[in-house]
Design a protein around this ligand. Structure first.
Ligand code: NDP
Length: 237
């Protein structure tokens, strides 16, 4: 059965791969972007402009999607940023901005999606966290805190909305080949690869496959889970 899916930050990287995977299986897929979308990239995706740090923009984006594609049944809260530096050097602004995007932005979208999901008595929320959320990362106090926060949030949503047939899960990718990891110096990348049992970074499609599975009927009893897609890097977390 085709569903209406919204992927935040679906214009590039992991989000684009997730959006395309849903579209490929016949779902109606909307993506958010912040003004840099070229329809030729994927003409079957429905683009809406939205900065998830702006409550009015989130509300407007959902309203547009609802009008054009129907209520959002599957939310993939994927949009995220890093702003790395060591704890002692991290400014209030650096900490706040990362939390505001990665955690508060995801909460804002989940809250906006929940009303219609409750009414429809069906919903799937998927939060894209990171291995760093539970493993920690040098220079990533802000990022790790925001990504760990998604776990508590998804589990609370699970308890609040489980009886309405709404699931909330966290996907925790390790290192994925995107713009975010391309920024890492070569020697850092090689170091990380040594620590990953599978010895390589993942492709965005390997994260996308977990998301389409989580949103499907066969994963209907999976909720409040943290699913690693990290080549074994964070085993045991
Ligand atoms: P990219 O940097 O390639 O893309 C980030 C996406 O988030 C872009 O679409 C960007 O939009 C969007 N975004 C950022 N800030 C906002 C905002 N305020 N409002 C709306 N959209 C915003 O990242 P990845 O594809 O690599 O990462 C996607 C998610 O996966 C992130 O949450 C990231 O933390 C997580 N992740 C990534 C890993 C990796 O190895 N790449 C590993 C683990 C987790 P725009 O194009 O407008 O900037």
């Amino acid at each position: 059965m085709a569903r209406t899916v919204l992927v935040t930050g679906g214009n590039r990287g992991i989000g684009l791969a997730i959006a395309q995977a849903f579209a490929k299986q016949g779902d109606r897929v909307a993506i958010t972007h912040r003004g840099s979308w070229d329809t030729a990239t994927a003409p079957d995706l429905f683009p809406v402009t939205c900065d998830i740090t702006d409550p009015a923009a989130v509300d407007a984006a959902f309203a547009t999607v609802e009008q054009e594609l129907g209520p959002v049944e599957v939310l993939v809260a994927n949009a995220g940023i890093t702003d790395d530096t060591l704890l002692m050097r991290m400014s209030e602004e650096q900490f706040g901005r990362v939390l505001e995007t990665n955690l508060t932005g995801a909460w804002r979208c989940a809250k906006r999606a929940s009303t219609k999901m409750v009414r429809g008595r069906w919903g799937r929320m998927i939060f894209i966290s990171s291995v760093v959320g539970l493993y920690g990362g040098v220079g990533q106090v802000n990022y790790a805190a925001s990504k760990a926060g998604l776990v508590g949030m998804a589990r609370s949503i699970t308890r609040e909305l489980g009886s309405r047939n709404i699931t909330a899960n966290v996907v925790a990718p390790g290192f994925i080949e995107t713009d975010m990891t391309a920024k890492l110096p070569e020697e850092r990348q090689a170091e990380y690869k040594k620590a990953i049992p599978l010895g390589r970074f993942a492709t965005p499609d390997e994260v996308a496959g977990v998301c389409t599975w989580l949103a499907g009927e066969s994963a209907g009893y999976v909720t409040g889970a943290v699913i690693p897609v990290d080549g074994g890097l964070g085993m045991g977390h």
